[in-house]
Structures are given as structure tokens and as C-alpha cells.
Design a protein around this ligand. Structure first.
Ligand code: SF4
Ligand code: SF4
Length: 95
């Protein structure tokens, strides 16, 4: 079994305190809280992937804003989003 390499930083400069040990139930509750409260992590990968530059960043929420006047529905943004925060919907007649 491979060993985790030691942290190269001097101990006094490490800013992250170790996680408290959690039992299985508490760990599941913590994971659900973290994963469900912020699906978009603001990584901007969707912006980089959009061939039509239809996505901009909302300065208040730091989340993406899609301009449907320019979006052609290719789905690249949804495909490459690491958090699966974008879902595609079929456009209805009259939209
Ligand atoms: S689905 Fe629309 S917003 Fe998403 S990458 Fe394609 S053109 Fe851009
Ligand atoms: S929607 Fe997805 S790809 Fe776009 S900024 Fe959020 S996490 Fe990143």
C-alpha cells in the first residue's frame, strides 16, 4: 500500500486544521450539506466551453448566466460542468 507523502510545509505555516473525526452518519450529513448548498462552484469551465460565448458570469452570485438569444443548445456547457449544475431542456414551441 502506498503511503501519503508528508506535507512539505513547515507545521507552523499550515493554515488548515485537521478535520475532526466523524462517525459514518455525521460524515454523510456533512457531505450532503456541502454538496447540496452550492452546486455551482464558479469554475467558469462552462464559459470557456461555450462556442458562442453565450455565458457570462453574474458578479453577485458568481454563477453563470446564459443568454438564450445566443445559445444554440449544443450542450457542451452541461457536458463539461464538473458539478453537473447545468441541465438542458427542450425548447417548447413559442419559446
Ligand atoms: S448549450 Fe448554449 S450556452 Fe451551453 S455551450 Fe452550447 S451554446 Fe453555449
Ligand atoms: S455551471 Fe458548472 S462549469 Fe459553469 S461555473 Fe458552475 S460549476 Fe463551473
Amino acid at each position: 500500500m502506498r503511503k501519503t507523502p508528508p506535507c512539505p510545509l513547515p507545521e507552523e505555516t499550515r493554515l488548515v486544521t485537521p478535520c475532526p473525526s466523524l462517525d459514518a452518519e455525521s460524515a454523510r450529513a456533512e457531505a450532503a450539506r456541502c454538496l447540496s448548498t452550492r452546486p455551482c462552484q464558479g469554475c467558469e469551465i462552462c464559459q470557456l466551453m461555450c462556442p458562442d460565448q453565450a455565458i457570462t458570469r453574474d458578479e453577485a452570485s458568481h454563477g453563470p448566466v446564459i443568454d438564450l438569444n445566443y445559445c444554440k443548445g449544443c450542450g457542451l456547457c452541461a457536458h463539461f460542468c464538473p458539478k453537473k449544475a447545468i441541465t438542458m431542456e427542450l425548447e417548447q414551441a413559442g419559446d
